[in-house]
Design a protein around this ligand. Structure first.
Ligand code: TYM
Length: 331
């Protein structure tokens, strides 16, 4: 079992990233060989601010370590420091089909109305993501629900490449999506939109860097409805904001939504929100304190990333060499 996953170093880590992916990565470290990376090449596909990107790579590395990614157990690195990723991506660009990429919902969302004005990189983004996992022969890719389609595409690319060149090179990876409510954490302002770094409203998400007061205030102002909480989770289906807050509580405490509702049946959000704020602060506060310490030692972070990149490059090299050989190059 080999686990590979990445996160874009754009904006800060938010509660959706943590519950949907990072805390699951942390748990997998003791069970499997793990590689985690900062997808900084992916971050180039939309507007780039070079100075910010440089700082964000370190900041995200510190946030991952603060959340429990242990560089002594997992290989942690920046994608751009391992050229095997974009090299394999080019080869796979020639395997992937336009029609497959045309179906990617994330491209449609991110390119918005100006499809013609979107970067070519944004269009082939999922192919680089396929290279990220295939180059390490990953078996499991722990991600939130929103990345499922990209990992399924990586499977299709792996199978087509193996078939086209009559090799057994790539392992079709499994999207490994958490059960329960953590897989898709929604915006605090709109229960039908996912919590996202790109949402212009700061009120829509909780960051790892938010103070206790900010966390409490964002939860207090989170959109809800005036109804009391029901006993049966099915009765939340028509109440997306209420469903989301109950789901967040469940994901944080490890309960089922039904168990959360049992504690709050008949109560309104005036009671529920302070409890949710307390649980969120209890989860985030120690992580935030570690982050503040870790970000002070830039040299130590750079050294961790450099050591990770060296290890990752060595792991990627044989598969990349095989891929070149399979297509008739560098024999
Ligand atoms: P990114 O940076 O948007 O998100 C990082 C991880 O957090 C998960 N996530 C969520 N989970 C639950 N609820 C949410 N609201 C939420 N928002 C984000 C994402 O599913 C992801 O697991 N394309 C990827 C980065 C990437 C990657 C890869 C991932 C590049 N190469 C290879 C896996 C394997 C992305 O933009 O994730």
């Amino acid at each position: 079992m080999r686990v590979v996953s990445g996160i874009q170093p754009t904006g800060g880590l938010h509660l959706g990233n943590l519950l949907g992916a990072i805390l699951r990565w942390v748990r997998m470290q003791d069970e499997a060989e793990c590689l985690f990376f900062l997808a900084d090449l992916h971050a180039l596909t939309i507007d780039v601010d070079p100075a910010k990107l440089r700082a964000n790579v370190r900041e995200m590395a510190a946030a991952l370590i603060a959340s429990g990614i242990d560089p002594a157990k997992s290989t942690l690195f920046a994608q751009s420091a391992v050229p095997a990723h974009p090299e394999l991506a080019w080869i796979l660009n020639c395997t992937a089909r336009m029609g497959w990429l045309n179906r990617m919902t994330q491209f449609k969302e991110k390119s918005g109305k100006s499809r013609e004005g979107a970067s070519v990189g944004l269009f082939t983004y999922p192919v680089l993501q396929a290279a990220d996992v295939l180059v390490y022969q990953a078996t499991h890719v722990p991600v939130g629900e929103d990345q499922k389609q990209h990992i399924e595409l990586a499977r299709d690319i792996a199978l087509k490449f193996n078939n086209d060149f009559d090799v057994e090179l790539f392992i079709p990876p499994e999207p490994f999506i958490g059960g329960g409510t953590a897989a898709r954490v929604m915006s605090l302002r709109d229960g039908s939109a996912k919590m996202s770094k790109s949402d212009p409203s700061e009120q829509s998400r909780i960051h790892l860097t938010d103070s206790d007061d900010e966390i409490a205030q964002k939860i207090r102002k989170a959109k809800t409805d005036p109804e009391p909480l029901p006993e049966d989770p099915d009765q939340l289906e028509q109440r997306p904001e209420a469903k989301n807050l109950v789901g967040i509580m469940a994901a944080m405490t490890g309960e089922t939504p039904a168990a959360v509702l049992q504690r709050f049946t008949g109560q309104g959000f005036g009671m529920f929100k302070p409890a949710l704020a307390d649980a969120t602060i209890a989860l985030l506060e120690p992580l935030r304190k570690r982050l503040i310490e870790l970000r002070q030692d830039e040299a130590a972070l750079d050294a961790i990333l450099a050591a990770g990149a060296e290890k990752a490059s060595a792991l990627a090299a044989p598969t990349l060499a095989e891929a070149y050989r399979a297509v008739g190059l560098r024999q």
